[in-house]
Design a protein around this ligand. Structure first.
Ligand code: 13P
Ligand code: SF4
Length: 302
């Protein structure tokens, strides 16, 4: 039997749902019940009535699904799918920042481990970071771990933003340079530049539009232009080409590949469904504290 047919059969038998991030391999996106950005995936995970969630994304996303669903089984096809940015924020650094700024609110990017989220007042994603920061009842906001997302927020908020750690970043986005943008523009002079807020400030400043991964898709579909330079992980091009077939998309950098996102394959999805493991487990006390911070985010903009 074909891999996809077997996945479909087991999914129905076990009342499972497959959630996939926009950077997943094309064939994994195509077998998923839902493909989206971090905010959409968190919302889907909060709403699902499936018994089993197969999460095709990185660790912090699957952990968020587990935190929101303590009674469900959350599977991650490859436990090696660990986001390096989420590892950059240590709880000790966060505690130090809290002690140094006792009146500040703590807003953490969803790209953090559950143990860090447990110490936060609220979580945010690239889709709602300025709105979440501006909703805090404090003049100073401790924000981390992405310094590039912090730059994006600072330009959209009157709050004082203190970053923790000082220079957290996504290696995949950080390598997309202004030189890459200029070279792409020389080749495709009529194309609009659409980028993710994890890109460096110079790339953000050059962009026609900055948004979360799904926000980038929505913009390109609604906008009147027909050609775009895409400044994010190359996996997003699959959705863009599928959902806007009449338009033309070029990656600003063909080497912007997140190796951790690409770890999940169809055979690993099938194996996870068959064996019902690896299971994502978050310790109860950590999960309860982290859930408050995630649920507070889900209320913003509702
Ligand atoms: P989005 O929430 O915009 O999909 O971004 C997630 C991510 O990890 C970007 O690198
Ligand atoms: Fe983490 Fe960057 Fe990969 Fe997103 S693209 S999962 S932030 S390493």
């Amino acid at each position: 039997m074909k891999l996809v047919d077997e996945i479909e059969r087991l999914k129905a038998k076990k009342n499972a749902v497959i959630l996939a991030h926009n950077y997943q391999r094309a064939e994994v996106q195509d077998v998923a019940d839902f493909v989206g950005d971090s905010l959409e995936l968190a919302r889907r995970a909060a709403e699902t009535d499936a018994d089993v969630i197969v999460f095709c994304g990185v660790d912090f996303m699957a952990e968020t699904a587990a935190v929101l669903n303590p009674d469900k089984k959350v599977l991650i096809p490859d436990i090696g799918a660990v986001c390096p940015m989420a590892q950059m924020l240590l709880t000790a650094t966060l505690k130090e920042a809290r002690a140094e700024h006792p009146d500040a609110a703590v807003v953490l990017y969803i790209n953090t481990l559950a143990e860090s989220k447990a110490l936060a007042d609220c979580v945010c994603t690239s889709a709602n970071a300025p709105a979440v920061v501006n909703a805090m009842d404090a003049e100073t906001v401790i924000f981390g771990p992405d310094a590039n997302l912090a730059y994006y927020v600072r330009r959209r908020s009157p709050k004082r933003i203190v970053t923790v750690p000082e220079h957290g970043l996504c290696p995949t986005h950080h390598q997309i340079s202004l030189e890459d943008v200029e070279a792409a523009r020389r080749q495709h002079s009529r194309a609009k530049l659409v980028v993710h807020p994890e890109c460096v400030p110079e790339v953000q400043d050059a962009a026609d539009h900055i948004a979360s991964t799904s926000g980038m898709v929505r913009f390109c579909k609604q906008d009147e232009a027909t050609e775009y330079l895409i400044g994010t992980e190359v996996g997003l091009l699959h959705r863009l080409k599928k959902e806007a077939p009449g338009k033309c998309f070029h990656a600003v950098s063909e080497t912007a590949i997140c190796p951790q996102m690409k770890m999940h394959t169809l055979s690993k999805v099938l194996r996870a469904l068959e064996r019902e493991k690896p299971v994502v487990v978050v310790q109860k006390e950590i999960a309860e504290a982290a859930r408050n911070a995630v649920e507070r985010m889900l209320q913003v903009g509702k």
